[in-house]
Design a protein around this ligand. Structure first.
Ligand code: FUB
Length: 338
């Protein structure tokens, strides 16, 4: 739901909401959820009011640290495990600790996070810990060859770990072609191919890319790549990958049209074919999610800005059950009813 529609009566939307905030003592957003050691761990952004004026670059999203949350089960309270990482402890990062994710390999935990360097360019870093909740010790440098925002790490059945990442507009993805930055690059024209998220397999030590990032294409039902002007379906930010009944599902936000959508493929690198919407507009400009299986049921983790009265950079994480039909199509959710 866009800022322009914020005059809507939020209390009536709150009443109709299909889920309530998981966390109310701080603002949280961009929840990446995983089951580690039998519990649900959520890795969100920690939203704050930093007094930075609103702009199209999202500078008002001026987050400084991460808290990790643990839930014993889908019905349990989300327990705040405290500060897992602060920007002041990351040598290469200066500001804007945006949407993170985490992965586990061989009993060690890896927190992946985007942040801006002192020159205002986003990169993605990794920090390592011995427990899912951290604390995490950051690597001194960002991941070589990383750029833009919103890392999501998918652990495939064959032992490979893939990072999918990228976001346009404030996330700077439009500045890159073939992994090279140029200030002159902009979002493609409406009749040109839409930009796709990027994906790279991670190195065995989980700290670097094992290959140059590849661009993932999303096709329509006729097999044509989505165009940049297709704002209802084209990739904007917040990628997530999961697998259901053997297929890879790439889900993402359409940004300025405020949908969570998904596309499917038989190959993690794609191309993916657009399938539909997972979640219609929430209160707040951004929409961002993860999908996690817990004890045989699937859950959507997402956020909205109801708790802050519609302040777009003060969001709250939520979860709700996600269902598939018999063909494996995700049944669209409406956050405040139809
Ligand atoms: O939380 C900051 C940014 O807002 C995220 O990186 C985007 O995905 C959007 O949710």
């Amino acid at each position: 739901m866009s800022d322009e529609t914020m005059t809507t009566d939020l209390s009536s939307l709150a009443t109709k909401a299909i889920s309530q905030p998981l966390v109310t003592h701080i603002y949280t957003a961009d929840p990446s959820a995983h089951v580690f050691n039998g519990a649900i761990y959520i890795y969100p952004s920690h939203d704050i009011e930093g007094g930075v004026p609103f702009n199209d670059n999202g500078d008002h999203f001026c987050m400084e640290d991460y808290h990790v949350f643990r839930m014993a089960s889908p019905d349990s309270a989300a327990v705040d495990c405290g500060v897992a990482l602060h920007v002041n402890d990351v040598p290469w990062a200066e500001r804007q600790m945006w949407a993170p994710d985490a992965a586990c390999k061989d009993g060690r935990y890896y927190l992946y996070f985007p942040a801006k360097r002192a020159d205002g360019i986003f990169q993605i870093g990794v920090a390592v810990g011995d427990r899912p909740e951290g604390p995490f010790v950051p690597e001194p440098e960002a991941i070589q060859g990383s750029y833009s925002i919103d890392p999501a790490v998918y652990a495939d059945d064959d032992g490979a770990y893939y990072m999918v990442f990228g976001g346009i507009w404030g996330g700077q993805l439009q500045k890159y072609r073939d992994n090279v930055y140029a200030e002159s690059h902009e979002e493609p024209r409406d009749d040109e191919l839409a930009l796709g998220p990027r994906m790279a397999r991670l190195s065995a030590d989980m700290k670097q890319f094992a290959e140059p990032p590849r661009e993932i294409r999303i096709l329509d039902e006729q097999g044509n790549a989505l165009l940049a002007g297709d704002h209802d379906r084209r990739y904007f930010e917040g990628p997530w990958m999961h697998r259901y009944q053997g297929k890879y599902y790439l889900s993402y936000s359409t940004g300025n049209t405020h949908y969570l959508c998904y596309a499917t493929s038989d190959n993690p690198y794609g191309p993916f074919t657009y399938q539909g919407q997972i979640l219609t507009e929430v209160v707040g400009w951004t929409t961002h999610h993860s999908i996690c299986e817990v004890d045989g049921k699937w859950y959507l983790f997402y956020h909205d800005s109801i708790l802050s009265g519609g302040v777009t950079h003060l969001r709250s994480i939520k979860m709700t059950e996600l269902r598939y039909d018999e063909q494996g199509k995700i049944i669209t959710l409406h956050p405040y009813g139809k």
